[in-house]
Design a protein around this ligand. Structure first.
Ligand code: HPA
Length: 273
């Protein structure tokens, strides 16, 4: 067995030893969006630092724990806090918890993130269904030796975000009169926010939003056969007329403001699965 599979087995065995149940749905919460975890009826919370081979999250706004609980009556694994490339983790480390979820039986992965709006007409606080992504500005987590036990060497990426889940979410949002944007998420490394020229470049390339997470996790999830749904909270607008700047505090605040809507949508999505 490869070193990676051995580690994944050890991590999964530890987590299983800490809980009595399991779940086929996984959720990864983005910056300022950790409060969804308050809606969860928790069976067990495991701080990341207790989990063998798990990276430990450092950025403000990230709580850093794995939760097994139920949301809308359905069992879920929730990662409150994620690992970003800009923190110094390798793409394989960023992808690691997704692979752990796979080992734990997760088949559907729901992701949230804070992102900069690039599409014309977007406003701070908008929610955007991610229907595709651009990964070329980030490092692919599948570079290097392929782990055949997880997936194929050259995974198809024609539909990284499940059509079925996107349609479900549109129906849920329509029922609650919650308007949604839909578009392409462009993954970047950060930690700098983009320059004006970079936002224009992303726009020209067909990106509708830009952010520092999600893409590597999605690639790892699709590689091991999961269905993925992802939603961005638009926390700032990249292409702007005025001379305003972007701060991390502003991003966190906008994410917190949008959180009740996102929480409702994710809860109903989980319920519908
Ligand atoms: N750019 C990159 N990442 C982000 C942004 C942004 O404008 N907003 C929140 N995360």
């Amino acid at each position: 067995m490869s070193a990676l599979m051995q580690q994944l087995n050890e991590t999964a065995a530890y987590i299983r030893s800490q809980v009595s149940g399991s779940a086929a749905i996984g959720i990864i919460l983005g910056s300022g969006l950790g409060n969804l975890s308050k809606e969860i009826i928790t069976e067990k919370e495991i701080p990341y630092q207790d989990i063998p081979h798990f990276p430990v999250s450092t950025v403000e706004g990230h709580k850093g724990k794995l939760i097994l609980g139920s949301l809308g009556g359905k069992p879920v694994w929730v990662m409150a806090g994620r690992f970003h490339y800009y923190e110094g983790y390798t793409p394989a480390q960023v992808a690691y918890p997704v692979r752990v979820m796979h080992m734990l039986g997760v088949q559907t992965l729901l992701l949230s993130n804070a992102a900069g709006g690039v599409k014309t007409g977007m406003k701070v606080g908008d929610l955007m269904i991610i229907n595709d992504h651009i990964s070329f500005f980030t490092e692919n987590p599948l570079l290097g030796r392929n782990e055949e036990a997880l997936g194929t060497r050259f995974p198809d990426m024609s539909e990284p975000y499940s059509r079925d889940l996107i349609n479900r979410m549109k129906q849920i949002a329509a029922t609650h009169n919650i308007p949604l944007q839909e578009g392409v998420y462009t993954g970047v490394t950060g930690p700098t926010f983009e320059t004006r020229a970079e936002y224009r470049l992303i726009h020209a390339l067909g990106g509708d939003a830009v952010g520092m997470s999600t893409v590597q996790e999605t690639i790892a999830a699709v590689h091991c056969g999961m269905k993925v749904f992802a939603m961005s909270v638009i926390t700032d607008i990249g292409i702007r007329e005025e001379e305003n700047t972007i701060t991390h505090e502003e991003v966190l605040q906008a994410a917190r403001d949008a959180e009740p809507k996102l929480t409702l949508l994710f809860r109903e999505m989980v319920q519908s699965l």
